[in-house]
Design a binder for this molecule. Structure first.
Ligand SMILES: CC(C)(COP(=O)(O)OP(=O)(O)OC[C@H]1O[C@@H](n2cnc3c(N)ncnc32)[C@H](O)[C@@H]1O)[C@@H](O)C(=O)NCCC(=O)NCCS
Ligand SMILES: Nc1ncnc2c1ncn2[C@@H]1O[C@H](COP(=O)(O)OP(=O)(O)OP(=O)(O)O)[C@@H](O)[C@H]1O
Length: 303
């Protein structure tokens, strides 16, 4: 019997992976309402951003994520791969700044989703939440000798001042709040029949309830971070955003954040990461079961 399958080129897979990253970034930006963040309704606490700017920035980063996925599919030694994606990430940040006229729209997202898309591309035959996040963590733990030691960025300053790990530590520890909070909340909420928007919003709140978000710390300090974490936890304890008490608590949380002029930018990045990993680990219809790897060998994707 002849086995019939479609063989697709590895660069077509990198294209698909890049498309999935962009879809996750646009889904995150489009999710409405989000407390403090840019959404379809408002700029949240960001006077210098808009929904269309977030979308333009995401689309402009497609070549960056494509190149990272492509690099992940080659058989580079891990240290070399880390340095390649580090250079791609920094070039992506430059591109982002050109498109956004100097506004930090997606720095955290380039970091988190860059590592995840590279990790996914390295492990196409074993796509599971743990395999992807553990591989991304191993990459993040490798020191990139070409990275600037100090950037002077707000996230870096907040990590130093408040002694928190920030975006870097999240990645180096395997995105624990994506794995242990956002994804279980997303799945539980969907299972109980919530609409997708509500499930994603509950997942965002589950991250906000625990993350050491340097966006919040740098603008509002420890008191703002504590207040946001307590507020997000309260919405979830009241049954999430679909219940009347939960909605009221969400409204209070948003008012408190706007009054303090803080935004959970790091949580938004972790939500985008969760949406990407969630899509990737579902049975993807877009992938054939076999592909040609960089040594021209036919590999089977293990779903
Ligand atoms: C690690 C990064 C984010 C630099 O962080 P930095 O300390 O300079 O802070 P900065 O304010 O610029 O960015 C913080 C960003 O992370 C997000 N964030 C904030 N807190 C958190 C958190 N706890 N968890 C996850 N993300 C967070 C924010 O949305 C913000 O955009 C990254 O830009 C970086 O090092 N890039 C270099 C390129 C690179 O090595 N890339 C390789 C992998 S793709
Ligand atoms: N929907 C969203 N709305 C706003 N920010 C988001 C959204 N999604 C993700 N973010 C993240 O939030 C970060 C922006 O945070 P922040 O505004 O604190 O940056 P900043 O430019 O360093 O500071 P500031 O605006 O206070 O000068 C972006 O890098 C981005 O990764």
């Amino acid at each position: 019997m002849v086995e019939i399958y479609q063989v697709i080129e590895s660069n077509a897979l990198a294209e698909k992976l890049a498309d999935m990253v962009i879809a996750a970034l646009i889904d995150e930006a489009t999710l409405t309402p989000k407390p403090g963040l840019v959404d379809m309704r408002s700029r949240g606490a960001h006077y210098d951003m808009s929904w269309s700017l977030m979308c333009d920035s995401a689309l402009a980063l497609r070549p960056t994520f494509y190149a990272m996925a492509d690099a992940g599919m080659q058989r580079y030694p891990q240290r070399q791969l880390r340095e390649i994606i580090g250079a791609l990430g920094r070039a992506g940040e430059v591109r982002m700044m050109e498109v956004s006229n100097g506004v930090n729209t997606h720095r955290g997202a380039i970091w988190a989703l860059g590592l995840l898309v590279t990790a996914a591309a390295q492990n196409l035959s074993a796509l599971s939440v743990n395999a992807i996040t553990e591989c991304a963590a191993r990459l993040a733990q490798i020191d990139d000798q070409f990275a600037p030691k100090f950037t002077g960025n707000k996230g870096e300053q907040a990590c130093f001042r408040y002694q928190v790990g920030g975006a870097r530590a999240q990645a180096q520890t395997g995105f624990p709040f994506v794995v242990d909070h956002a994804l279980p909340t997303l799945h539980r909420s969907r299972k109980q029949g919530d609409k997708e928007t509500c499930a994603q919003l509950n997942a965002l709140l589950s991250i906000m309830a625990v993350l050491d978000d340097t966006c919040i710390l740098s603008r509002g300090g420890t008191s703002a971070l504590t207040s946001v974490q307590i507020g997000a936890r309260k919405v979830l304890e009241l049954g999430g955003v679909t219940t009347a008490p939960g909605k009221a608590a969400l409204h209070n949380l948003e008012a408190d954040m706007l009054r303090r002029h803080v935004s959970p930018g790091g949580s938004a990045d972790m939500l985008a990461a969760a949406l990407f990993v969630d899509n990737l680990t579902k049975q993807p219809k877009w992938l054939s079961s076999k592909f040609v790897d960089s040594d021209n060998q036919i590999q089977t994707i293990g779903w």
